[in-house]
Design a protein around this ligand. Structure first.
Ligand SMILES: [Zn+2]
Ligand SMILES: [Zn+2]
Length: 775
């Protein structure tokens, strides 16, 4: 019977969704089908790829197996694969690729920029290959996409490669369905494609011939020079990471005093000399996305101390552009490769702008003439509970969608938040989140935000009539959303959006116990929320508990100067007993100017420019300051990161805390006891590493307790974690472990960062759910 079945000729219609367009999927289908002598066809439509296959059942099964394993194109991601038997067709004698169904737009035809693949790397190293040492070699499995696309459809005329006419050799590969470069839009060679040159910082050409450009750049880097190198998504500023003076010079010129720099090597072995690389970290470093991965520092490594101070990790990536490999082949060991921009402005991607803006930083410029249409930063990843999660989502991942378990009845735009902004479009069953845009208060970033929204709307043909944004009336993103004509605007509470982002990623509608813990988010009561336990679904949320409010003096300054939340927390803890003079020695260690203590204290007493807050981020700032790590966040979360970095391992102790019930009002987490005990520890000169561990453990236990109380009331046992505080690996790993040990099912962000980069995804998910329910 089995034998009979296997021999039977059948026809199947197969429908595949996922990232299956623009990644060489149809050629792969064609080649497998042809090799198995199956007949039929394949074509793209708006939702995915449709295949009809005719042949013996065993061959069809083998086809499906190979398509999902060894013959799957490297960049393809199959989300669903449905097969159904249909009647046989008698007039068919071969397998063909049909023209795409042009009704509407394919959703995922523009894919992310991918790192140089092994095949291309091998080819560029072979002297007989016509792309030997060519800095722009690429194929269907690698190279730029998102950064060079101007418009859809994704064809060469709509990319920045439109100025380069393919030579016969390149065109032959481009048009051959069995070639690795079939329809690879940026295909080029030394004869027909872009080239490189080296200029000084006045734009005068130093070297023009490709090989001389490479050797001269490498020579300058080895001599401690700073070189602006044009890459895939923008310019990097490169400097020898083993040369402390050179790195310090880069810091001075870039006016970036503190934030750690990312580094690049050309092999895992080299990275291993400086940092601890686990197997999963190695896989991530070598992935086509090629992100920066945060790795624990090795003690006494040779990396210049100025590269990354005050943190216990190094950010490393592997070479990902052919140009990087050519440079590193000239005896380069490890380079700082930091974003080519001024402070927090958008990345610079255009040659003229680079010369204008970076001339005071870089000694020379390694330029090329393949224009970058969209700047895309390097992505940054780390590990939580053994899973790779993003801290900054950009190159390699964007515009990859988050697939949801429902179909949006109309297009939706979500404006995101103002810090670490991303925005998001909901279309059909996809949430398409932008890359990291930045902090919108910077005028350049804000302009970039508006231009980016228009660009992505064009690429995905999104015409939203519903717009979601934050509740904060002063957010620029909110004001932008409210200014869009003829749309329905939904304002969504910040921490609810955080929890919804986790639900969307995990294909759940909720409800769950949501723990949203971060710096600031506007609350429904007008207070600044920041440590929230929400019973949340995509439809609604209820505030179950939060950190007890404390006064935060000084609005904008409060997130920079730790002395402000500290004084707020002290007045909350000691109430009317609080005497400034009693705490002078502690405060003077943090801020020597005692007059400042008095001014802030008066501000608190008179309630001037002071807000009520449940911010957890500011508690971390205050504790970091008390243990002697400084009084100032020069970049976001500098103090909390320094506090995490000094935490002593293997400590189980924690301080006391209280959960206070108050009738129908949300449960209050009161940290007064913790603060008193912690101050006593500091005064008794207990080591900062131990105090930090006990503090982190307290927060983990307090959040566990909060979740347990929520479970008692709601009977829910899934906890979703989101918010910037969960970028803290020590805290999050400990909390996840505690929750699991107490039989909770734990969900956290994996596709987008848990910081405010998640907000737009959550807004889009909520708006999709609410819109669908109404229509
Ligand atoms: Zn390739
Ligand atoms: Zn060519």
């Amino acid at each position: 019977m089995c034998v009979l079945d296997v021999d039977l000729v059948k026809r199947q219609k197969i429908f595949i969704t996922g990232q299956v367009q623009g990644v060489g999927f149809r050629p792969a289908v064609y080649q497998i089908a042809a090799s198995l002598t199956l007949t039929g066809f394949v074509y793209n439509d708006t939702k995915g790829v449709t295949i009809e296959l005719q042949g013996r059942q065993a061959q069809i099964s083998e086809f499906l197996r190979r398509l999902q394993s060894e013959d799957k194109p490297p960049l393809a991601v199959i989300k669903t694969c449905q097969a159904a038997e249909i009647p046989l067709v008698e007039t068919e004698d071969r397998f063909i690729i049909k023209a795409s169904d042009s009704e509407g737009t394919a959703l995922s035809q523009v894919t992310a920029d991918m790192a140089l693949c092994r095949d291309c790397l091998a080819e560029m190293s072979q002297t007989e290959d016509f792309r030997y040492r060519y800095p722009f070699i690429n194929c269907t499995n690698c190279g730029p996409r998102y950064s060079i696309v101007k418009n859809i459809p994704y064809d060469r005329p709509n990319t920045t490669m439109s100025d380069f006419k393919m030579c016969d050799k390149c065109a032959a590969q481009y048009t051959n369905v069995t070639n690795r470069r079939f329809h690879a839009q940026p295909v080029a060679c030394p004869r027909c494609g872009p080239g490189i040159w080296l200029t000084d910082n006045a734009g005068r050409i130093i070297k023009k011939e490709s090989d001389k450009v490479i050797t001269e750049t490498a020579r300058m880097l080895s001599a401690g020079k700073i070189i602006a190198i044009k890459g895939i998504g923008g310019f990097h500023l490169a400097v020898d990471a083993l040369n402390n003076k050179a790195v310090q010079r880069l810091r001075q010129r870039k006016r970036r005093d503190h934030k750690p720099f990312a580094m690049m090597c050309d092999s895992i072995e080299k990275i291993k000399a400086y940092a601890i690389v686990t197997e999963s970290a190695e896989r991530l470093l070598k992935s086509p996305q090629s992100p920066i991965v945060l790795l624990p520092k090795k003690a006494d490594s040779a990396i210049a101390s100025a590269v990354a101070e005050g943190v216990d990790t190094f950010g490393f990536m592997l070479c990902y552009a052919p140009l990087h490999y050519l440079l590193f082949a000239e005896n380069i060991n490890v380079l700082v490769m930091t974003s080519g921009n001024i402070s927090d402005e958008p990345l610079i991607c255009n040659n003229e702008q680079a010369l204008e803006k970076l001339a005071t930083i870089a000694d020379a410029f390694l330029m090329h003439n393949r224009d970058i249409y969209r700047q895309v930063d390097d992505s940054v990843m780390h590990f939580i509970d053994g899973q790779a999660v993003p801290l900054r989502r950009a190159r390699g991942y964007v515009p990859g969608p988050v697939f949801i378990n429902k179909t949006s009845s109309r297009d939706i735009f979500a404006a995101g938040g103002d810090l670490k902004n991303t925005f998001c479009f909901a279309k059909q069953n996809q949430l398409i989140c932008s890359e990291h845009i930045g902090d919108l208060e910077d005028a350049e970033v804000y302009h970039h935000y508006i231009a980016s929204i228009e660009h992505l709307a064009r690429l995905f043909e999104a015409k939203p009539k519903t717009v979601a944004c934050d509740l904060h009336p002063a957010y620029l993103s909110t004001q932008y959303a409210l200014s869009i004509p003829d749309v329905k605007v939904m304002q969504i509470q910040h921490h609810w959006a955080h929890i919804a982002s986790v639900l969307a990623e995990h294909g759940s509608d909720g409800p769950v116990i949501g723990l949203a813990v971060d710096g600031t988010g506007y609350g429904t009561d007008g207070a600044i929320w920041g440590c929230e336990c929400l019973i949340a679904s995509l439809k609604e949320f209820k505030r179950f508990g939060h950190l007890a409010y404390y006064p935060l003096p000084g609005a904008d300054k409060a997130s920079k100067e730790a002395i402000r939340p500290l004084l707020g927390l002290l007045t909350k803890t000691y109430g009317s007993d609080f005497k400034l003079d009693k705490f002078r020695p502690l405060l003077e260690r943090i801020e020597p100017d005692t007059e400042k203590h008095d001014i802030i204290f008066q501000q608190l007493k008179k309630n001037v420019n002071t807000l009520e807050t449940s911010s957890m981020g500011r508690v971390f700032d205050a504790v970091a300051a008390m243990v002697g790590l400084g009084n100032y966040n020069h970049f976001e979360a500098q103090l909390p990161m320094a506090l995490e970095a000094i935490t002593e391992d293997g400590i189980q102790d924690h301080y006391d805390f209280e959960l206070i019930a108050n009738g129908d009002r949300p449960l209050q987490l009161d940290l007064s006891r913790m603060l008193k005990q912690l101050i006593a520890d500091v005064q008794n000169k207990i080591s900062a590493g131990l105090v930090s561990a006990k503090f982190h453990n307290t927060i983990a236990h307090a959040l566990l307790k909060m979740a347990q109380k929520a479970r008692e009331t709601t009977k829910l046992d899934t906890v979703a974690l989101s918010g910037g505080v969960f970028c803290n690996r020590y805290l999050t790993n400990r909390l996840v472990k505690l929750l699991k040990k107490n039989d909770f099912n734990v969900l956290f962000n994996r596709d987008v960062p848990s910081n405010d980069g998640a907000v737009s995804l959550g807004q889009a998910a909520i708006a999709t759910c609410l819109t669908n329910n109404k229509s």
